[in-house]
Design a protein around this ligand. Structure first.
Ligand code: JHZ
Length: 391
């Protein structure tokens, strides 16, 4: 039974940045409510938006905008090539090619429904199908030759009909093939009170418990789990077909599941508590902004996550003058809901800004490294993760 535990209010589409000429138009909003299925242990948002409204030729998010992601993909691709020596790898949700570009062009195929992003990778000479991943596409790509590795990062959580994904994967993956899925970890999200991981695109935030349950239905099983710091704490699941007995199931699987059970991820009360803490976090963040009224505050990283937190906490352009972001598709537009302007990134200057709200808190390390000078000369940041504070 799906039981709701968190109401994040009316929210616009997180990646629908507004053009200046459309500022006075009414934005489409939906109720962002999060629930827990007591039977499957799956956490999901209750109202979903058709995929075509979110993932289309105007999709603004590019994985390559951060050094952290680029190096994480580079490292993983080296590891995959060394360990599994795949002759054919498929990436589902290849975005702008941040992962793919580390492979031999003949040995990898991308799948990316957002045409603008697929085009970036195609122009580099890689084969990319600009379609949604499903059984029809799987048959088209791998009718003659199955994949040795299928990789997908930050994509599974975006797809409502996961059965379609796994049926297609089962078709495309060779019997000895490896499926690698990487997604934000529900446990880390809850520990860090990162409620901004919930927005229209994140239909599910997976725990290992929930994923393990789902995979069983498709005769797939997790044989290893790595914890990575990306996107505030993610799990990288290594998965095989059940019939493949050549790979042993590592201790990491049991230990991750045990940790989640111990934290209470199977109990509804844990989620009710999480919601209570989120409410407190909202109040604290609002208090910080109210106390800083009149100061020159800007935002850093116009993330999809920022949409949730700012709209939920009613922090608009009366508090934050503008956001800096490096993404060309976002610059000159306005954040959904709050309508805060996004400007082309410039190095932070304490003579111009007093406080900087960390929209891209998941890249705090990278950003702090970049803004050493600002920090040294007394520049301050505001963050809400893991708790609202000035740092
Ligand atoms: P970032 C998106 O979420 C959407 P977002 C999506 N649904 C998802 O799951 C994750 O990505 C993976 C900018 N930036 O990665 C670039 C700077 O300006 O936290 C990006 O616009 N300067 C697919 O949007 C944003 O911040 C910098 O130095 O929450 C980061 O977005 C750095 C490091 C980033 O994802």
């Amino acid at each position: 039974m799906l039981k709701k535990f968190l109401d994040l209010g009316l929210q616009p589409l997180a990646n629908s940045y507004i053009e200046k000429k459309n500022l006075n138009l009414n934005e489409k909003k939906f109720k962002l409510v999060v629930g827990f299925d007591t039977k499957t242990f799956l956490v999901s948002i209750l109202n979903t938006v058709p995929k075509e409204k979110m993932f289309n030729h105007k999709y603004p998010y590019k994985s390559s905008e951060s050094l952290t992601m680029k190096s994480s993909f580079k490292e993983l691709s080296k590891k995959i090539q060394k360990k599994f020596k795949p002759d054919l790898t498929i990436e589902i949700g290849s975005n702008d090619g941040a992962f793919i570009k580390n492979f031999n062009k003949k040995k990898i195929i991308g799948v990316e429904p957002c045409k603008n992003l697929a085009l970036i990778t195609k122009k580099r000479g890689f084969k990319v199908f600009s379609e949604y991943w499903d059984t029809k596409l799987a048959k088209k790509i791998t009718l003659k030759k199955k994949a040795d590795v299928i990789y997908s990062a930050n994509t599974l959580s975006h797809i409502k009909k996961y059965s379609e994904i796994f049926n297609a994967i089962n078709f495309s993956l060779s019997d000895s093939g490896i499926l690698i899925l990487e997604d934000p970890s529900l446990l880390e999200c809850m520990k860090n009170l990162a409620y901004d991981q919930f927005y229209c695109e994140h239909i599910y935030v997976y725990s290992a418990i929930a994923l393990d349950n789902i995979l069983k239905k498709f005769q797939l099983e997790i044989f290893d789990i790595e914890h990575t710091p990306t996107h505030g704490g993610s799990n990288r699941y290594y998965i095989k077909k059940k019939t493949n007995k050549n790979l042993i199931i590592k201790k990491s699987v049991k230990s991750t599941l045990s940790k989640e059970i111990k934290y209470g991820l199977k109990n509804f009360s844990t989620y009710k508590n999480f919601a209570k803490e989120i409410n407190k976090s909202k109040k604290k963040l609002s208090k910080i902004f109210n106390e800083l009224k009149g100061k020159r505050i800007i935002g850093y990283g116009a993330t999809a996550k920022s949409c949730t937190v700012l709209n939920y906490c009613n922090i608009g352009n009366n508090f934050i003058k503008y956001f800096y972001d490096t993404t060309s598709y976002k610059i000159g537009k306005y954040l959904p809901g709050t309508k805060i302007k996004i400007k082309k990134y410039k190095k932070l200057n304490p003579k111009i800004v007093d406080y900087v709200f960390l929209g891209a808190w998941n890249f705090k390390k990278e950003i702090f490294r970049k803004e050493k000078k600002y920090i040294k000369s007394g520049g301050k940041f505001i963050t809400h993760i893991p708790k609202p504070q000035i740092i």
